[in-house]
Design a protein around this ligand. Structure first.
Ligand code: FAD
Length: 320
């Protein structure tokens, strides 16, 4: 069985859920192997989780400098892991999360491997054919790399993690970064996440639109999200109106989400919003306009006032 390398996404000693999703996708194609890039000790902290998530091997690429540079350590480490795994004949694909960094790393790695990139896959089959949702979700296309080892970024939440425990055998890999060609990280700014899950990776998202009417009233959206343990999202119209911060915008020019459940409150369903959420597994829409386009893609629709429906839903969920 060829090896499929997965770049392990981790922060503060914990694995991001997307890594388990990528290991599941990798198992369809071959033997899943994780690549951990980080400071010394990073892999030891993650090894148990990675094996439980399906990693048969864990390529350990550690260096005191690993966190000092942007993306170049990951590129060098993945290239070294490809070689350690046997090179082109033995490695069927390299999978990364479809984040800004993931796409950056993928492009650089593909140049080094003389291969091709597929970005933002929402599915992957056993022949390494990727499925993509393109042009604002208007078309579903399949795509395949025809030269070299395919380097593929996969959308968080698009593949459901189905963990099959792996052996988790650790294999050290040596890599070097030339400081002359690297970008040094001088500071890392993270938005306060609060107690809610990360929007891009959340299993459930509750989003509010212009129909919410004001920043104060957005608490209706937050209360339902908290009852469900969900992330909060917003349409661009809600963001532009100052109801909710931009970092929570869902859509073409915001975050792309693919949760198990997406609840849209007072959102019309413009194509640019749909582009960021229509690969959600189940979509529930609450809108007082029965002709709102969101109902075209909703699995469950409620025609009604969100200020009637959402609080009842919150109360019902909270009482269980
Ligand atoms: P509206 O279209 O105004 O809809 C509000 C809805 O709320 C209506 O359907 C109304 O019936 C309903 N409503 C009102 N009151 C209630 C109530 N009390 N109860 C229930 N329902 C109620 N949009 C995004 O969301 N994300 C993007 O990333 C994005 N990128 C864009 C990029 C470009 C280049 C462009 C041109 C546009 C982009 N847009 C984006 C904007 C997009 O075209 C829409 O304008 C926007 O999505 C509309 O947001 P909305 O549905 O909240 O508002």
């Amino acid at each position: 069985m060829p090896t499929v390398l997965v770049l392990a996404e981790h922060a503060d000693g914990a694995l991001r859920p997307v890594t388990g999703e990528l290991l599941t996708a990798a198992r369809r194609v071959g033997t899943p192997a994780a690549v951990v890039v980080g400071a010394p000790g990073a892999a030891a902290a993650l090894a148990g989780e990675l094996a439980a998530a399906g990693a048969e091997k864990i390529f350990v690429a550690e260096s005191p400098d690993a966190d000092s540079y942007a993306v170049t350590p990951q590129v060098a480490a993945l290239q070294a892991a490809v070689e350690a795994a046997g090179g082109a004949g033995e490695v069927a694909a390299v999978l990364l999360p479809n984040t800004v960094d993931g796409r950056d790393i993928a492009g650089r790695l593909a140049i080094r491997l003389d291969s091709g990139v597929i970005a933002d896959a929402v599915d992957l089959d056993e022949s390494v054919v990727a499925t993509l949702s393109v042009f604002g979700g208007s078309y579903v296309v399949t795509s395949q790399v025809t030269q070299g080892i395919p380097v593929i970024t996969v959308r968080a939440g698009a593949v459901t993690a189905e963990p099959v425990a792996g052996a988790g055998e650790q294999v050290p890999v040596q890599f070097t970064v030339d400081p002359a060609t690297a970008t040094t990280v001088t500071a890392v700014h993270t938005e306060p996440a609060g107690d809610r899950p990360d929007l891009a990776a959340a299993q459930t998202v509750v989003s509010g639109g212009r129909g919410v009417g004001s920043a104060d009233k957005f608490s209706v959206v937050e209360q339902l999200a908290d009852a469900l343990g969900a992330a909060v999202g917003a349409s661009r119209a809600a963001v532009d109106s100052g109801y909710y911060p931009h970092q929570f915008q869902v859509g073409q020019t915001g975050t792309t989400v693919s949760p198990q459940l997406y609840i849209a409150l007072g959102i019309s369903g413009a194509i640019q919003h749909r582009a960021g959420m229509q690969t959600s597994k189940s979509i529930v829409a609450v809108n007082k306009d029965p002709d709102a386009p969101i109902f075209e893609i909703a699995d469950f629709g409620v025609v009604g006032d969100l200020f009637d429906v959402a609080p009842q839903l919150t109360q019902e969920v909270s009482s269980r």
